[in-house]
Ligand binder design. Sequence first.
Ligand SMILES: [Zn+2]
Length: 674
Amino acid sequence: MTNPYLAEWTTEFNLPPFADLKDEDVKPAVEAALSDGRAAIKAIADNPEAPTFANTIEALEKADATLSKVLGAFYGMAGADTNDTRDALMREFSPMLSAYSSEITANAALFQRIETLWQERENLDLTDEQQRVLMLTRRSFVRSGAKLEGADKDRMAEIKSRLATLGTQFSQNLLADEREWFMELSEDDLEGLPQFVVDAARSAGEEKGAKGPVVTLSRSLITPFLQFSPRRDLREKAFRAWAARGENGNANDNREIAREILELREERARLLGYENFAAYKLETEMAKTPEHVRDLLMRVWAPAKEAAERDAAILSKMMAEDGVNGDLAPWDWRYYSGKRRKAEHDLDEAELKPYLQLDRMIEAAFTCANRLFGLEFEPLDVTTYHPDARAWNVTRNGKHMAVFIGDYFARGSKRSGAWCTAMRSQQKLEGDIRPIVLNVCNFAKPSKGEAALLSYDDARTLFHEFGHALHQMLSDVTYDSISGTSVARDFVELPSQLYEHWLEVPEVLEEFATHAVTGAPMPRDMLERLLAAQTYDQGFATVEYVSSALVDLEFHDGPAPKDPMKAQAEILAKIGMPKAITMRHATPHFAHIFSGDGYSSGYYSYMWSEVMDADAFEAFEETSPFDPVMAKRLEDNILSKGGSEDAEALYTAFRGRMPGVEALLKGRGLVAAE
Ligand SMILES: [Zn+2]
């Protein structure tokens, strides 16, 4: 029987036949796909005909069709629903895949063909998109070491393979530390916690096989616990466990892994002729240089720190009034900040929560996409990889645009955080291929028969990931390699962060924020308080984030630190990190920059994108949030374009100019709006 991973998928929309995909089939499928890929690459490199765009670049685009198909389905599932077998497979695949891609970029005959095309590019009569794909292909070969020879070349392959292994190890250690720890709560310990936190703690207790409710290190449980529990001792214990992920001196310790990763990255950059890893990494970004990044971060740091220090003084006073001796500590901030928010904005998360139902928020995200881009969403009755994951057929004017899968609830088998991934990307080279797009979140699962309720942050996460999904679903390019979210890292968060703004449009909340029990819409004054509260505590949030981004940048801009923990402490001391705030992601659990290369020297990019999203949404505010002309400009110049043009050119085409930092500072309430 044919391996179901490799067979032609005759399902509706050629979805992976999830029910037939067995873990034991994955490895043989990957091996077969790799051997197909190798044969295709060899045929391109050995082709006796002179290189053409079609027989070289387009052939390369097609070479990994089987591999993409198998890995798209497998990694899409494994990220959201892993087990020991899948963990082991991922550990085994990462060096295999890294070796395979090194083999391709180290193929001298192949690179020679690309180089020839590059030299002749002016005479090849290429479309703009083809020119761009040629430039990107050649650049990625050069950056992978295609021009290296001899010992340097071997060393580069070794470094890449070792980095891939270390990255996987880093995530698995982190997940293991997150899974292992929980804190049992007695009935007395539940005092002061709103019902939704109690429910989440009980359901987590059941999942852990504990006798009663527990707090786990899942962000959707620990964050509200830190916010609501009046028990300072329990908050401290939970916070310390949260902050110590990856740093417990057990088998999951990530500190030595982080050190080795930084050292290897520097060596890699130097082999390629760059001064350091940041210089290498930022070359392909919209920011271009470490100086531009540092400049942006420091312009935001100063007003953020001032705001956080003003807030810390107020919270310290509240704590003293509570009769607590000592300094405001990181495990106190969320608790007193929540109380202050209630006092100043009278916004009670617990009161708010029944109005934010998961299903209504999904509907809200869909409806905004319908009003802006004409997309329609029809539930699909298909078996996915997990009973909690739901699928929709996405159409426009009757034309199929994408399959969208939403997998929203937390579970032990899912890695933490929220993300968007495509099991298949849009492209037109091999027919009109439409994407399969996944949004995965970690919202607390409700008890049986209850409606799933979100915090406002959860709802924003839902809109954020859906913005990434739109970037995939509206993609309209020819080549897979530049499809959808295949753009510069500091540009990729623009569509997602921009989409969050539609959640803040009052008419959207008016329609979709309805009470789970009574069905009544959110009272007008609550809605106004909610929106006014959005700039609340932004000093804290910005300090948490910018400190992480600066540590990431300094780690990579210069020689690799011998002792990253010491270097981290020095960087924080230098910028004057407020005592009661910690980095959003400290080194031993900074998965963004250590689980892979994705955000290394690139964590700043969320803020870079925020500069743009604040500025871009202003374009809608100048007319109307659902202005069809502006929506079309957004789709035509950004959402449909993938990486087919330079990010700066795309943004300028949409907005007519580049943005400054002012709209962001205003949006975060860090400077007064005029
Ligand atoms: Zn994102």
